[in-house]
Each structure stands twice: as C-alpha cells, then as structure tokens.
Design a protein around this ligand. Structure first.
Ligand SMILES: [Mg+2]
Length: 422
C-alpha cells in the first residue's frame, strides 16, 4: 500500500483510492496518475544557473493509495473520512477473489463516505450494466471503465471526478454558510421580536397604570369638586355652587319661557337657640332643617345653604300656583320633625319662615328673583314667623298699560306661635 495525504482546507482534493486484486494494475494506475517525468535539458540548465528546482512543475498531483481487497479499501476510506482528508475518487475492480466483489465494495464504501466518486473497472466478460444499475441504483457518482483501459481515459476520469468532488464540496460549503447566515439572521429576528414583545408588554402595563392613575385623579377631582361645592356642615350646595346652578336654571327658564320659583327659608329665633343651648346645638338645628329640606325635595329641585341659618331653594318648571303648597309642606315638616332631630335639646321646636317668588313676576336676573323671595321672607318674619309668604302679581288697574305691582300674600293660616318647647 502506498500512501500520501492532503490538507483539504488548503488545496483541491486529489486523493484517489485504487482497489484491485491485481498488483500489476496498481502499477499501471500509478504510472498514469503519478508519472515520474525526467527533467529536460533546459530545466537542468536553469537549475544549475539560478538554483531553481529541476523537477517539472506539476499542478495538483494526485495522491494515490492502492489496496488489493474491498475490506482494506473500506478501512482506508473510513480512516480518511475520520481524519478529515477523504478520498475524492475510488477506482474499484469488479472481480477481486477471495473477498468482496466490486459492487459490494462500492456499497460498503458509500456507507462510510457518501460523497466518494466511484469508477468501476470491468471486463466485457463481467456483469452487464443492467445488473450493476439494478443493484447499485441510478447514481451520478458512478462511472464505468472498460478493461483493458487506456491511460488518457484514466487520467481524464481522475481529473474530472476530482473537480466534480471539489465543486460539490464548495456548494455544500456555500450552503452551510447560507444556512449559518439564515440561522444567525433568524436568531437576530427572534431577539428583536422578543424585545418588541417585552416593550409591548411594558407599554400595556404603562397604559394600565395610567388608566388606574387617571381613574384615581377623576375620583379625587370628584372629591375636590364635592368639597368645593358643598357646605361641610349640612352637605347642601354652598352659596357659590348653588348660585351657578340657579343662573343656569334661570337662563333655561327664560329661553323656554317656563316658570321657575325661588324659596328662601330662614330658621326662626336662631340666635335664641344659639344663646340658650350653645353653638353645637345651633349647628345641629341647622343640620336638622337641612335634613328636612332635603327630604321634602323633588328630583328637579335644588337646595343651597345661603347664609348662616338661611337656605335658598329653586323649583324649576313650577308655577306660582304650585310652589306655595310645596313650601307649606316643607314648613310643616320642619315644625314637626326638625326639633326631634336635635338630640342634645329634647323637646326643642324649630320653625322656619319662608318667602316665595316666581319668574312670572318679571325678574330680569337671578339675583332679582332671589331678592323678591327675600322680600316675601321678610314679610313672613314681620308676619309672626313660622309661615309661608308668597309674592303675587296684582293688577293695579284695568288698562293694558298698567304695571304689575307685586304684593305679599300669606299662605299659612294664622295660629298662635308655637312654644320653643313642646
Ligand atoms: Mg480482478
């Protein structure tokens, strides 16, 4: 066995394996694939003059190993593959007694090296091609060389098949590189995708946090709005918030020509309650009256704490014929219930005086309407307290040019004033 090796990464693969039971055939192959050429006269002269090598320059010489049995060829092919320097081409004899024949040898060789290019060397008396093709199958890595072979044919087969092996190897390398690039790019895209997914999740969390914060802000705004618009003692609208709503209702009343009534309520003898029972009881009295006012309202009505012991109510879509009854019911409810709500002063009787006005009297501003109700309230105080007075339009004359002159009318029947204690 003659052996040589090549570095696959540095030069083309020129490794050739000869499997033939006839040693003379080995020599024939070596003469063809590794010819020893005598240096010519010119080469010798150049060598003597310039010190150059006198060997003929021969590009990519074949590296040839020869064995006489298929089993030995398999050992070499497996080792070459394992060492990273596989054979490019194998020339395999068809008949090699006593071992495997050429077909079995080829099958075994391809089991350890599927890329090996094979030339099967056969005589006319050997098996026909149809039988070979049936056993091996159609393969582009198998050629047939008829014995006796000529040297040019062998040389060209070796050159062409080694080149074919190199090209296939290059293509495989390029495919590997492409796959590596695809894997790298895929990994980068997966990384980018994971980052995007993470960023998206962060954004979703941020949005949820913002929504929670926004809901909290709205809740606090509501609380602030309530604090800003409500009287802390009674929970009624404070004077400013009440007046804003009153202005709106007044404007709507004028726009749609619908009557709006205003009721002013003032706690009777409040100073006396304060002086006699203290400010804490006074506060409870105010809360009690506010409670009765709130309980007596319809959904459309609004009550505001207008001053210390004074409340202002508005009755939208209510006529001057309807409002006095509403006011009288509220007055009676306060007279009968408010005192009972003040636990610190048992049997205390709380009464209120009430004044009513209506947009039917021609008030041009909300304040004018409130002033008219205040005027009726003043009349109620003057009229003995614990009563409802309404400002009525009275026609002074019969001519159309006559002005409407408001006049106070008492709603509550006259009775003796109730005691402050039952
Ligand atoms: Mg033979």
């Amino acid at each position: 066995m003659k052996s040589s090796s090549i570095m696959r990464s540095e030069q083309p693969n020129r490794r050739i394996l000869i499997v033939d039971d006839n040693k003379v055939i080995h020599d024939d192959f070596l003469k063809i694939l590794q010819p020893q050429v005598e240096p010519d006269a010119m080469s010798l002269t150049r060598s003597n003059l310039f010190g150059e090598s006198s060997n003929p320059s021969r590009l990519d010489p074949f590296q040839v190993d020869c064995v006489d049995q298929g089993g030995a060829g398999l050992v070499l092919a497996r080792r070459a593959r394992e060492e990273g320097f596989p054979y490019a081409v194998a020339f395999v004899d068809m008949r090699m007694p006593p071992g495997w024949d050429g077909l079995e040898t080829i099958e075994r060789l391809w089991e350890v090296d599927a890329e090996l290019q094979v030339v099967i060397c056969t005589a006319f008396s050997d098996r026909p091609w149809e039988e070979i093709a049936k056993r091996i199958g159609q393969s582009d890595k198998l050629l047939i060389l008829q014995k006796p072979f000529n040297s040019i044919e062998v040389s060209q087969l070796a050159t062409a098949l080694c080149r074919k092996w190199d090209l296939a190897h290059e293509v495989a390398g390029q495919l590997d590189e492409l796959n590596r690039q695809v894997d790298k790019r895929t990994a980068e895209l997966q990384g980018a995708n994971e980052k995007l997914t993470q960023t998206n999740a962060d954004l979703v969390r941020t949005v949820v946090d913002l929504e929670v914060a926004q809901a909290e802000i709205l809740r606090q705004n509501d609380a602030l709005e309530r604090l800003a618009s409500r009287d802390p003692l009674t929970g009624c609208f404070n004077r400013r918030a009440f007046y804003i709503q009153f202005e709106t209702a007044f404007a709507e009343s004028r726009e749609h020509n619908i009557e709006l009534c205003c009721l002013m309520v003032d706690i009777d003898h409040f100073k006396r309650i304060n002086d006699q029972f203290g400010h804490a009881v006074g506060d409870q009295a105010i809360q009690a009256v506010a409670g009765c006012l709130g309980a007596g309202l319809r959904l459309t009505d609004t009550v505001g704490r207008y001053g210390g012991e004074e409340f202002c109510l508005m009755f939208p879509c209510t006529t001057l014929a309807e409002a006095p009854d509403l006011a009288e019911r509220i007055r009676i409810q306060i007279e009968t219930e408010a005192g009972e709500r003040v636990r610190a002063a048992p049997r205390l009787v709380i009464t209120v005086s009430c004044g009513i006005s209506s947009t039917a009297l021609g008030a041009r501003t909300p304040l004018e309407l409130i002033d008219q109700a205040d005027k009726a309230l003043y009349a109620a105080k003057e009229g003995g307290r614990n009563c409802v007075m309404v400002l009525d339009p009275i026609i002074a004359g019969t001519n159309a040019s006559d002005q409407c002159e408001p006049q106070v009318r008492r709603i509550t029947p006259r009775v003796s004033s109730p005691p402050m204690f039952r």
